[in-house]
Design a binder for this molecule. Sequence first.
Ligand code: GCU
Length: 674
Amino acid sequence: MNYERAWLDYEAGLSGPDVEKDGAVQLEIEIKTEADGGIQDAVMENAVRELRGAFGPKEQDGIRKIRLVKRQAPAGLSAEGYHLYEDKTVSNAGNEQQDGVFVIEASDSNGILYGAFELIRQARMGNTLRGLDILKHPGMPLRMMNHWDNMDGSIERGYSGNSFFFAEEKVLVNDRTSAYARLMASIGINAVVINNVNVDKAATLLITQKHFEPLKKMSEIFAGYGIKLYLSLNYAAPLELGELESADPLDEKVRGWWKKQMEIVFGEIPGLGGFLIKADSEGRPGPFTYGRTHADGANMLAEAVRPYGGLIIWRCFVYNCQQDWRDRKTDRARSGYDNFIGLDGAFLDNVILQIKNGPMDFQVREPVHPLFGGLTQTNQILEVQIAQEYTGQQRHVCYLLPMFCEILNFMTYVKEDEDTVKEIVSGRTFGQKNCGMAAVANTGNDENWTGHDLAAANLYGFGRLSFEPELSAQEIAKEWIRLTYGLDEQVEETILFLLMSSWPAYEKYTSPLGIGWMVNPNYHYGPSVDGYEYSRWGTYHRADHLGIGVDRSHAGTGYTQLYREPNASLYDDPEKCPDELLLFFHHMPYTWKLRSGKTIIQHIYDTHFEGVEMVDEMERRFAALDGRLPDAVYARIMGRLAHQKEHAREWCDQINTYFYRKTGISDEKNRKLY
Ligand code: GCU
């Protein structure tokens, strides 16, 4: 197995069951465009290379052609979409079955490339190619990866080695760059931010002459795969580069500086897509210093990049991280909403607000961020995290696609229909073209990209979901398993079981009922019930001997009222609030009966023991795959499952013991508590 090729590890001469039955698909690629002649761009070339790599070189016998047709506005096709079908009207001479020609039709090169990957995927999944007829458009315009890589090669919240974009304050461009771009294109990613949102001194220099050359090269490799390169920007660059004394967005000198700088940057890296900005958050500089708003800051940058078609992606992860734990009125969950809702409509149209899926910070369970459905006149990107910062750090299996699907399908009630998060970020709800989805990436320079082999399902899955948001988590998992490990049914069934049980299991053995946190501060791994309880971070569970949870009802912090009806009333009433979020919204006695019929305390005990049993079962089933997977993969996964089991037990015992000691209430089933 060639790990670098991950789910695209195929040899020329691909054959699936159907292909074999029909006589191999041999390749003769024909390219047509409207203005025939010089159509060949790098993206088309990569599409052809992929098809040749998969189906083999042209041979004389039994040839089936693949025709790539790029022309303006073919029927029913818009940007990046493709029509992949078998054209039976043109039969192949010498082909006994009278099979037709495979056609990939699109209006642009990205569409052709995505169509090529679709054809390869269909064949490798073992699906019939006969009568193929697939017309698809990406479900959202921007499908982004956000890497939190630092110039020294470290990765903030990275769990699979070091960066393959940077080392020793230099930009790296090598084989891994194209291997990465190829993988991303195969799942439909079209935008990549390569550096950490926390832009340090060295990364501030990415917009200077020092790094233009390799960045330009990288952007060209990306462009060959239909991907735009983006950078995270330091809002205070004019100050930190020592050129000005202020970064005030309304100061003409500052505005002029950015315009000039952007002229230079886009002149040197014409393929650049734009910038991602974390401002006035966790110590990062921003417009607040000058008494200005986020809109002032974002719009200043948007004006500077506008002549080059650039986008400014501005993050909404803004909150007070110097909170006093004694203060029960300030609520971190409110802060994103409170900071941005008043600015709805104030941003230029090349600004996009990037909003984390929940109001806190990528916990195993959070309600959907109330800015979704709150904002009606602003471009929006949904930000999720496949780096498993709070979900087991790629030592535990935690397949996150079921969570992402739930979030996308959440009804905000912002309109009578087309009101889900999916419809908002696809651009349908408000007719926007600058929106989409971004994931904090989980890759590094480990040979298998993601540390845990099964974490690659999140990498693959995020891209596929952003391209086809109607897919289910289960369908995506199946695809990934088949493409990565082949068509062995036992392998598929077992790994599917592991993936699909993993998020529920993780939720069960960690913090209960939507409360979140309870992790070791700073590095966020392993249980520490009170780790964040008396800290400045605004992340409290408020447990005492009678009850637990944060009162975010109308009588508490008022957070529930940030949602539209009927969500506001649903969350506000503990009788109606979904169990899994109860303690996020309410402070409740341990003896409170959940909708499930169990008391909170018994639910805590039961779920924690169940979570451990689930991991036990996962390990037991996986062990039976010995000999059916490459040895190294099997060994790596077994090793991590053993750790996960032990660690799940630690979580279970610490959480259960904590609540047993706090409440004095015994487990109805008399299991071991300490
Ligand atoms: C979390 C994470 C940080 C990160 C931040 C962000 O707080 O722990 O490492 O910088 O999110 O999203 O900006």
